[in-house]
Design a protein around this ligand. Structure first.
Ligand code: PMP
Ligand code: GLN
Length: 380
C-alpha cells in the first residue's frame, strides 16, 4: 500500500529524538524544555479535588466559564487589555493545539506567512498543511534580533500572517519597544494578522518587560495570542493553554478547535481557575528562572562554551566554536553519548542548514542538576 505523505520531509521531532537519546545513555537531559521539579502541591491538590468531586465530564468547547473569566481578569490587570470571556478566550490543549487551530483558521492555499528563524518547530508544517507558504527571515546573531527592513521587503499582497514568539524559543531573545513600533508601522493599514506565541510570557529577566500583543490595541485587534499553563505552572505534561483573540478571529479559531479537540480537561480547568488567584505563582516566575539562568551561567563559566545573550524563556544558547567544528546536530549527539549532557541543535529550527556552532540548553532544572551538568560541560 502506498501512503502519500502530507509532510514528506518531516521526521520525528528533535525533542523526542534527544530525550530518547538522553534516556538511552543516562545523560542529564537539558534538551527538551521541561522542569525536573514538580508543580506546586496546592495545584495538584486542586486538580485531585475536582476529579474527586465529579468534575469529570466534557467542559464547554470554549473552556469552563470561570477559567475564562479569571484569564480575562488577569490579562486586564497585567496587560491593561480587555478580552470578553464569552467571545474572545478559548482554552486549548496546550499552546500546540492553539497554534495549529490559529494557523488553520486563517491560512488559505497560497497565503504567505512570515516566520523568524530559528523558528519553533510547530509553525512551518502547519502552514504547509493548510496550503500556505512559509516565508523565512533569519534573526540576527548574537542577540537574535529582527531585521525589520527584511520584514518590510518580504511583505507581498499574499502576506496573511506574521508569527512572533517572545520570549523566544530557542534563543531567549525578547521583543523590545522598538520592535513593537516597527511592527505597528509595517501592519498599519494592512490586513496582515499576527499570531503571537507568548508561552514564556512570565519568564523574562533583567528588568525587561514582556511586550505582549495584548498591550498594544492597534496590534491586539489583529492578533491571536497563545499562552501555555505548562510553562507558567511547571505542568508541561498537562497540555493546557489558551488563545486570546478579538471575537471575529475567535469565531474562526473555535471552528477549528472544536474539531481538533472539542474541549480540554475539565477538572484541570477548574483547578487552574482557582490557582490563578495566586498571583505570586506567575509574578515571581521571572526572578525564579533568572536565578536558574545565572546558576547555569556560573556552573559553565570555566568551560570553553560561550554564552549568548538570554533575556527570557528557559533556554540558554551556548557557542561551542572553541571546542569543535562539527555541525550542531552531530555535536549534540556526541555530547549526549560521550559527555552525558543532552541539548538541542538549533539548526533543526532552520529550513536550510545553518552552520552556527551553537546548542540550546534548558535550565528549568534543580540547582543540583545544573551543577552536575556544569561539571560535565567544564570537563570538555
Ligand atoms: N510554543 C513554544 C515557543 C514552545 O516552546 C512550546 C513548548 N515548549 C509550545 C509552543 C507548546 O506548548 P504546549 O506544551 O503548551 O503545547
Ligand atoms: N517546547 C518544548 C521545547 O522547546 C518541547 C515541546 C515538545 O516536546 N514538543 O523543548
Amino acid at each position: 500500500m502506498q501512503i502519500k505523505s502530507k509532510l514528506p520531509d518531516i521526521g520525528i521531532t528533535i525533542f523526542t529524538q534527544m530525550t530518547h537519546l538522553s534516556n538511552k545513555h543516562g545523560a542529564i537531559n537539558l534538551s527538551q524544555g521541561f522542569p525536573d521539579f514538580d508543580a506546586d502541591p496546592k495545584l495538584i491538590d486542586l486538580a485531585a479535588h475536582y476529579m474527586r468531586h465529579g468534575y469529570n465530564q466534557y467542559a464547554p468547547m470554549q473552556g469552563v466559564p470561570v477559567l475564562r473569566e479569571k484569564i480575562a481578569a488577569k490579562v486586564r490587570e497585567f496587560y491593561n487589555a480587555t478580552y470578553n470571556s464569552e467571545s474572545e478566550i478559548t482554552i486549548t490543549g496546550g499552546a500546540t493545539e492553539g497554534l495549529f487551530a490559529a494557523i488553520s483558521a486563517v491560512i488559505h492555499s497560497g497565503d504567505e506567512v512570515i516566520i523568524f528563524e530559528p523558528a519553533y518547530d510547530a509553525y512551518a508544517p502547519v502552514i504547509r498543511l493548510n496550503g500556505g507558504i512559509p516565508v523565512f527571515i533569519q534573526l540576527k546573531l548574537p542577540d537574535y534580533h529582527i531585521d525589520w527592513d527584511k520584514v518590510k521587503d518580504a511583505i507581498t499582497p499574499q502576506t496573511k500572517l506574521i508569527i512572533l514568539n517572545s520570549p523566544h524559543n530557542p534563543t531567549g531573545a525578547v521583543l523590545s519597544g522598538a520592535d513593537i513600533t516597527a511592527l505597528k508601522t509595517i501592519v498599519h493599514n494592512s490586513d496582515i494578522l499576527i499570531l503571537s506565541d507568548e508561552v514564556y510570557e512570565h519568564i523574562i529577566f533583567d528588568g525587561h518587560i514582556h511586550e505582549s500583543m495584548c498591550r498594544h490595541p492597534e496590534l491586539a485587534v489583529r492578533s491571536m495570542v497563545i499562552s501555555s499553563f505548562g510553562k507558567t505552572y511547571h505542568t508541561t505534561g498537562w497540555k493546557m493553554g489558551y488563545c486570546l483573540a478579538p471575537a471575529a478571529l475567535t469565531r474562526e479559531f473555535q471552528k477549528i478547535h472544536q474539531f481538533l479537540i472539542f474541549a480540554t480537561n475539565t477538572p484541570i480547568q477548574y483547578a487552574l481557575a482557582d490557582f490563578l488567584d495566586n498571583k505570586d505563582a506567575y509574578q515571581n516566575l521571572g526572578a525564579f528562572y533568572q536565578q536558574k539562568r545565572d546558576k547555569f551561567l556560573s556552573v559553565i563559566d570555566k568551560s570553553r562554551f560561550k554564552a549568548l545573550p538570554c533575556n527570557g524563556s528557559y533556554f540558554q544558547m551556548l557557542d561551542y566554536t572553541a571546542i569543535s567544528d562539527e555541525p550542531d546536530y552531530d555535536f549534540a549527539r556526541r555530547l549526549t553519548i560521550e559527555h552525558g549532557v543532552a541539548s538541542i541543535p538549533p539548526s533543526v529550527f532552520y529550513h536550510r542548514n545553518d552552520d552556527h556552532k551553537v546548542l540550546r540548553f534548558c535550565f528549568a532544572k534543580q540547582d543540583t542538576t545544573l551543577k552536575q551538568a556544569g561539571e560535565k560541560l567544564c570537563a570538555i
